[in-house]
Design a protein around this ligand. Structure first.
Ligand code: ZN
Length: 341
């Protein structure tokens, strides 16, 4: 016997949640840790799962039965009220869901102060219990931070924070939550964000089983394709520039009269590889690898040719991550339809 092992925390019965214990409540929800005395009408108004459950025939308007399609057990009374056990749900996560359902100020998708825990709890539970409006709000909130637009992605500060954490700490957590909650429309942009992780971080997520295996597989496959396309682009930059010189031969402003793109030599381009982020190979960055003597016109020509290639890769990103049809435009349309539904 391992004498150093911590004794298991004795687990008492679930306790009433102080924020969600309404004296006039008419149903008690239970998790392993917390009890919530709330109102059937408030839940039924927002959630089709609770609405269906409360419409089941039986004593107190709740049957001695299982809720349809979810892991709830309705079989007991708590101080004379029907008791609904939410099997497998974490008490603190249910607090986020119910406070959002009750308190107008608790969660606001247009503000920036919600925590990652709150957002992930809301996404999972609003999906499980079909709180339609809360689910839409959360998807909208996440989509604000993950634009499906190359220029908007370019403007994102890599070190900025979202949901109270550095951006990079949120990508994988949100990807897994969106995958589990079947918010397919957000997956390509979240896969794209995660593709920038070092392989070690992705393998750690695999060891910790913090990302669904199927999701992880799509991430690794897509990441490989994307990196390959970026390597290919970087490797062909000198050719792109040479092609550019044909286009710009009339506009080169080099003082010695020699078209600079015909004589230029790029140096250090390899530092632009080893990434799955299109933000690293933005045209203006690539121009830093041109010799200083290159004239402004030729630099501009290289920049615009690289940008064109970069946009071509960007357009194909959804197809690398399992969404072959329609690209970003189709996804944006789907997202709009979801908000309008
Ligand atoms: Zn020039």
């Amino acid at each position: 016997m391992d004498v150093d092992a911590e004794p298991a925390e004795p687990k008492g019965p679930p306790q009433p949640c102080e924020h969600l214990w309404f004296p006039d409540g008419n149903v008690v929800l239970a998790t392993d840790s917390l009890l919530f005395k709330v109102h059937k009408g408030v839940l039924a108004l927002q959630s089709s799962v609770f609405k269906d459950m409360f419409e089941l025939p039986g004593a107190h308007g709740l049957g001695p039965s299982q809720g349809q399609g979810t892991d709830v057990i309705v079989s007991e009374l708590y101080e004379g009220l029907p008791l609904v056990t939410l099997v497998g749900d974490d008490g603190d996560e249910v607090v986020h869901l119910l406070r959002t359902a009750y308190e107008r100020e608790y969660y606001q998708p247009y503000e920036d102060d919600a925590s990652l825990d709150t957002v992930v709890s809301l996404l999972k539970l609003s999906t499980k219990y079909d709180f339609k409006q809360i689910r839409k709000d959360v998807v909208f909130h996440i989509s604000r931070y993950y634009p499906m637009d190359l220029k908007e992605c370019d403007e994102i500060e890599e070190n900025s924070t979202i949901f109270g954490l550095p951006r990079a700490r949120c990508h994988d957590v949100l990807l897994d939550a969106a995958f589990v909650a079947e918010v397919d429309v957000l997956l390509p942009i979240l896969y794209y964000a995660c593709a920038d992780y070092q392989i070690g971080s992705i393998l750690n997520a695999m060891d910790e089983e913090s990302i669904n295996r199927k999701c992880l597989r799509t991430l690794l496959e897509g990441r490989e394709k994307l990196e390959g396309m970026i390597v290919q682009l970087v490797a062909t930059i000198p050719e792109i520039a040479l092609a550019g010189s044909a286009l710009t031969s009339t506009v080169c402003t080099s003082s010695d009269g020699i078209n600079c793109l015909r004589v230029q030599r790029f140096t250090g381009l390899k530092t632009l590889t080893g990434t799955a982020s299109l933000q690293r190979i933005i045209g203006i960055n690539v121009c830093r690898y041109l010799p200083p003597a290159t004239c402004i016109s030729c630099r501009a020509a290289v920049e615009s040719l690289v940008e064109k290639k970069r946009e071509e890769i960007w357009d194909a990103v959804p197809s690398y991550f399992g969404f072959p049809d329609g690209g970003w435009d189709a996804l944006k349309t789907k997202l709009d339809e979801f908000f309008a539904s």
